[in-house]
Structure formats: C-alpha cells, structure tokens
Design a binder for this molecule. Structure first.
Ligand code: ADP
Ligand code: ASP
Ligand code: MG
Length: 415
C-alpha cells in the first residue's frame, strides 16, 4: 500500500466538472489501496483575480493583507474536493496550513517553509481518510497567513512528500509531462520520459513553469521521487530524479523561454572597489533576485553595470537604483522591460564543448541580436528582445533537439 502525495494544479480543478473528475481519479487510487494526501491549487485564474481585486483598491497593497486574500483560493478548492469525495462515500478531511502548522518566515508573498507537522495527517491516514490539503499557504510565527510564491502548491506537495516520506509525489497538470520546450509555444516539443533534478531545476528557474523552482530544489535535497502527469488522461508522464550516466549522452534536454524579464543599466558609475556591493546589497535586502550581471570595461575610470530582474521586481529595483545612482554620482539609470531570456539546458554540457558557440550561430542565422549572455555548467542563457523570444526558442529547439546535426541523438565530442 503506497503513500502518495498528489497535487492538482489550477486547470485541473478549474471547474466543477474538473473537480468531479479529479475526485474520480483520487477515489479510484484510494479504492486501489493507496494512502493519499491530495494538495490542490486555487481554481484556474482565481489567484490572479484576487490579486487584481487588491490592485483596484491600492497601488501597493499591504503584503500581509494580500496573503490573507490570495490564500483563500486554495481553501475553496480544498473544501470543494473534500465535499465531492465525501459525497462519493470516501472518508475525507480537508487541512489548511494552520492545521498542520506549515511554519514559514514572515516574508509575505514569497515565504520560505521552516517546518511542517504531519501528526494530524498521519492520524487521518491511519483512520483510512483521504487528506486534501490547501497548497500555497503557510503560517508565520505570529500565526499570520503567508503564501509561498506563485506556483507554490508544487512546493507544498513536495514538502509534504518529504516530511511524510511518501513513495512518490505526483504532480497532475494540464500537459502530459515535462517537454523539451513549452509545448504551448513550441509545437515540435517532445515529452521526456525522465529528467534529472539538476536539469529540471535549471529549466524551472529559467522559465519552464511546469514545476515551481523551489519545489524541485526541495525534491532534490530530500530525494523525493517526482512525477509530472496529465490530470486529463492516464499517460505515463515524466519522472524527475537522480542523474544517471546515460543522461549525459543527451547534449541538450530542454530549451526554455522566460518572457518575464527586464534589464536595468546604471550608467557612468565610478569604477572602484565596493561599487558592486553598494549596488547589489540593497537589492538583495529587498528580496529581489538578480540574475545576469554585466560590468563593462571602464573608460576614464567610469563604467556601466547592467543586470536583469523579474518584471514584477522592476519597479522596486528601479526605485533603489535611482537613489543609489544619485548618491554615487552616476550618469543615470536606464531600463528595458521588453527583453526575454532564452536558454538551453542539459547535463551533457558537463562533458561536451561547443554548445554556446553553436547557440550563438543559430541565433545569428535568424538575425537575432544577443544582448546578454550567461553560462553555468549545464546551461547557456541569452537575453534577447522579447519580440524574438519565441522565434529564438523554436530555432534553438530545431537545432539542438529536433536534429539538424543530431546533437540529441548520442554523445558528441564537440560541435
Ligand atoms: P498548474 O496550474 O497545473 O500548476 P502550470 O500552468 O503552472 O500548471 O504549468 C503547466 C504549464 O507549464 C503548461 O501548460 C505549459 O504551458 C508550461 N510549460 C512551460 N515549459 C514547459 C515544459 N518544458 N514542459 C511542459 N510544460 C511546460
Ligand atoms: N494558486 C497559486 C498561484 O496561482 C499557487 C499555485 O497555483 O500553485 O500561483
Ligand atoms: Mg504550476
């Protein structure tokens, strides 16, 4: 008898009909003997709707009250699914964050999990109940509601799977699994049978929102077997797990596109020790994640520093930069929110050279200008004008994955 954590995303519980069909699937698994903890997201569009309501009342809605508001979406779907399961004769209990003390810090809107207590869940499972958990929410030390960041019902599911030592964490969504690129943008994308934690972590961080980044990080840390599957049918899905040697045979496993990027340049600052700390210290303190950073070679003792942040952080980062630029006597601050980040990811890059050069050539053939570049052991990312983002993604997918040189068909020494 397996202990499974299943998570159903927004589209999967997006209507009464969809909730009924999730209840069927959950009920069938229970009848088969599995012990089930089912984490649900808010119904599709609901979290955005709630954020919009807050935005109509304030330009900068209070973070604590916003969490009280947006956490309700998951409470609704948990209750609805539990109501349906009970009406089908399945003993079921819904559990909210405070009932399992899913303890977080107080960073509203992006709180981090500190611990979770599973005794109540274990008791309910022991009594033969299905446990339905509201994802995305937590509770801080003061007992206030927090939320864990967009898409974080995945994180709730993985955290519970780790704490309960579940046999697997199944993420049910609106696609059949993890693809070589977003199948809604790249029609030639192929479903992967399996992918390593490291690759999935890079892909998620670089824009493949099929799994939330921190959920993959946690799955990797606690070795949680993770599978991504469709909630619409029975296809087998994609396993995310430890890397094995054969994975290195594949040069590029996935191509990602992140259209949610913006670029900030602080121009004409004095090039001296301490400058970078001065700029990025306050940004980090504000909880803003900076991705790529470029510092130009200095001329006349002055330099330009350019970096990228998520578009939702642009306004906050600009405010800080304007103050810092004034203090530091910089020439000015420029920004561009029409940029996209396109990346190729694969553990095969650890052992094979030439991916970056080949990537630049593919983009050059499409006459796409590269504005920034960054690399790590298993990925190469470039920033381009956002209007060319999808074209870049498809061209790179064609080159690295659909063939044109067979880079994905076996070991390649160099390209
Ligand atoms: P859920 O509401 O179930 O959490 P999400 O919308 O968060 O679902 O994630 C699923 C979506 O992720 C898909 O509809 C797809 O457009 C997108 N996606 C982006 N990159 C990939 C990828 N490489 N493989 C599969 N889906 C991807
Ligand atoms: N409902 C939340 C969101 O839309 C969490 C989730 O769906 O995972 O971000
Ligand atoms: Mg999601």
């Amino acid at each position: 008898m397996a202990l499974l954590v299943q998570k159903y995303g927004g589209t999967s519980v997006g209507s009464i009909e969809r909730i009924k069909s999730v209840a069927e699937r959950v009920g069938k698994a229970r009848d088969g003997g599995d012990r089930l903890v089912v984490v649900v997201s808010a119904m599709a569009g609901e979290t955005n709707r709630l954020f919009r309501l807050a935005a109509e009342l304030s330009e900068t809605p209070d973070a604590r009250e916003t969490d009280v508001l947006v956490a309700t979406g998951e409470q609704v779907s948990a209750a609805l699914l539990a109501i349906r399961l009970r009406s089908m004769g399945h003993p079921t209990v819904s559990i909210l964050a405070f009932q399992m003390n899913l303890a977080t810090d107080s960073n509203h809107g992006r709180a981090r999990i500190k611990s979770v207590q599973c005794d109540r869940i274990m008791r309910a499972l022991g009594d033969g109940q299905i446990v339905v958990v509201a994802g995305y929410q937590g509770v801080n030390q003061e007992g206030d509601i927090t939320t864990l960041g967009r898409g974080a019902s995945d994180l709730t599911a993985v955290a519970l799977a780790a704490a309960l030592k579940a046999d697997a964490c199944e993420i049910y969504t609106d696609v059949d699994g993890v693809y070589t690129a977003d199948p809604n943008v790249c029609p030639k994308a192929r479903k992967l049978g399996r992918i390593s934690y490291d690759e999935m972590l890079e892909m998620a961080g670089l824009g493949a929102k099929v799994l939330q980044t921190r959920s993959v990080e946690l799955a990797r840390r606690y070795n949680v077997p993770l599978v991504v599957r469709s909630s619409f049918h029975e296809a087998s899905g994609t396993w995310v797990g430890k890397e094995d040697l054969s994975m290195e045979d594949v040069l590029v496993s996935g191509v990602t596109l992140d259209q949610n990027q913006s670029k900030i340049t602080i121009a004409g600052v004095e090039d001296r020790p301490g400058l970078a700390a001065r700029i990025f210290g306050p940004i980090a303190e504000a909880g803003i994640v900076v991705d790529m950073i470029i510092q130009n070679a200095s001329a006349d003792g002055r330099t330009d520093m350019t970096f990228t942040v998520g578009r939702e952080d642009l306004r906050g980062a600009l405010q800080l930069m304007t103050a810092i630029a004034r203090e530091a006597g910089a020439a000015g601050v420029r920004h561009n929110d029409q940029v996209a980040k396109v990346s190729v990811v694969g553990v095969g890059m650890r052992t094979h050279a030439g991916v970056a050069a080949r990537m630049f050539q593919v983009l050059a053939n499409e006459r796409i200008n590269i504005e920034m570049i960054s690399t790590s052991e298993i990925k190469v990312s470039v920033v381009v004008n956002s209007k060319y983002g999808e074209l870049a993604m498809r061209a790179l997918h064609d080159a690295f994955i659909n063939g044109n040189g067979g880079s994905n068909s076996g070991p390649v020494e160099s390209v």
